[in-house]
Ligand binder design. Structure first.
Ligand code: FES
Length: 114
């Protein structure tokens, strides 16, 4: 696994998404419920940043049309998006948040529309 620093742990305000670029990949970081999650920072419906959305109950809601994605699995929970978003392994080490964007199991970041 290749871990890369994404941000400082102190940068993650609970339930407030933070966009970062990790090894050239846009990542949306979220601290919620005592855990940290990292998902691809692009909605699978259209090319907008999920990090500009809202977080509640382990879900991030796309600000544009309201599709919600499970932060733990990346699963899409409602239309109009129909594809899951990629989730990335994330960990806190000392004062840093590290993400591995090279290992996103079982998910895709492909958008629904070209
Ligand atoms: S762009 Fe995200 S739901 Fe449409």
């Amino acid at each position: 696994m290749t871990w890369t620093r994404a941000c400082s742990a102190a940068d993650l305000v609970p339930d407030t998404p933070l966009g970062a670029v990790v090894d050239g990949v846009p990542v949306c970081l979220v601290r919620t419920g005592g855990e940290v999650f990292a998902v691809h920072d692009e909605c699978t419906h259209e090319a907008v940043r999920l990090s500009e959305g809202d977080v509640a109950d382990g879900v991030i809601e796309c600000w544009r049309h309201g599709s919600c994605f499970d932060l733990r699995t990346g699963a899409v929970l409602n239309l109009p998006a129909v594809r899951s978003v990629a989730v990335y392994p994330v960990r806190e080490v000392a004062h840093d948040v590290q993400v591995n964007v090279h290992d996103a199991p079982g998910s895709t970041s492909t958008r629904d529309t070209p």
